[in-house]
Design a protein around this ligand. Structure first.
Ligand SMILES: Nc1ncnc2c1ncn2[C@@H]1O[C@H](COP(=O)(O)OP(=O)(O)O)[C@@H](O)[C@H]1O
Ligand SMILES: [Mg+2]
Length: 252
């Protein structure tokens, strides 16, 4: 059995009066990929953003319950959210590299952490870009703008940027939905190569992507977690009728 790395307990989140998460209990295991699936508006992104307190940035949000990361409640006073977001990094639907060079994108977080030595920065840039399977694409363009790359290359640079600060957990919110199928496939392969070294949580609307890459799948509906199980079990033998209806395309 893999070790628990993060778990939520009776997690509720309200945007003003609107309850977007209705008491979520979910435990993620170290080194696994968990897919979050469910129709638009069911709370997948909201849940993902709870895990590194990105919802703090949204006005009028109330959260109750807890998120235990390595045994400590991230909503507690000891949490430094800047540090938390390095340990629990995020990749978004639209590739969002900084408008700087590829090299500066990768070293940005390292410099904030106080890494200054050029050899060390060079080495981490190369390792991170290799781990994100984009080194061959960019090794001759490290000092060109990251915005000049294709969408798929930009997204892999964004993954490399997260890897560079050595996170424990990577949150990915529909990371391939803005990309063409070839670029999507490359991202999927990258995630599969990283599996085991990092814990990942991926929101996806693509059922075949969820079944190809994830170990566990969580099905959300209207702010509730309906079913959470091994991905094979969810897709081959779901226990809840609503899960079955969703994965077989009867709604959503
Ligand atoms: N920034 C926000 N402000 C207010 N309501 C929001 C915000 N983000 C999401 N919501 C609402 O919360 C619910 C869940 O949204 P979301 O987590 O984005 O769902 P999903 O990612 O599954 O499509 C929806 O009703 C949505 O309208
Ligand atoms: Mg979403």
């Amino acid at each position: 059995m893999a070790e628990t790395i993060i778990s939520t307990k009776d997690l509720h989140l309200y945007y003003g009066q609107n309850e977007a998460l209705k008491g979520i209990n979910l435990t993620l295991s170290e080194g696994e990929i968990t897919a979050l699936i469910g129709p638009s508006g069911c709370g997948k992104s909201t849940f993902l953003r709870c895990l590194n307190r990105m919802n703090d940035l949204i006005p009028d949000v109330t959260t109750t319950g807890s998120v235990l990361y390595k045994g400590q409640d991230i909503f507690g006073p000891k949490t430094d959210t800047v540090d938390l977001r390095k340990e629990i990094g995020m990749v978004f639907q639209q590739p969002n590299p900084f408008p700087f060079s590829v090299y500066e994108n990768i070293t940005y977080g390292l410099k904030l952490k106080g890494v200054k030595e050029k050899n060390q920065l060079d080495q981490i840039v190369e390792e991170s870009l290799k781990a994100a399977s984009v080194w061959d694409d960019v090794k001759d363009k490290l000092h060109n703008s990251a915005l000049a790359l294709s969408g798929g290359q930009q997204q892999r640079v964004c993954i490399a940027r997260v890897l560079a600060v050595n996170p424990d957990i990577i949150l990915l919110d529909e990371p391939t939905s803005a990309l063409d199928p070839v670029s999507s496939g490359k991202i999927e392969n990258t995630l599969l190569e990283l599996k085991g070294q990092y814990t990942m949580v991926i929101v996806t609307h693509n059922m075949s992507q969820a079944s190809r890459i994830s170990d566990k799948t969580a099905f959300f509906l209207s702010g509730d977690l309906i079913e959470f199980n091994d991905t094979k079990k969810i897709f081959l033998d779901p226990q809840e009728k609503q899960t079955d209806d969703y994965i077989s395309g009867r709604f959503g």
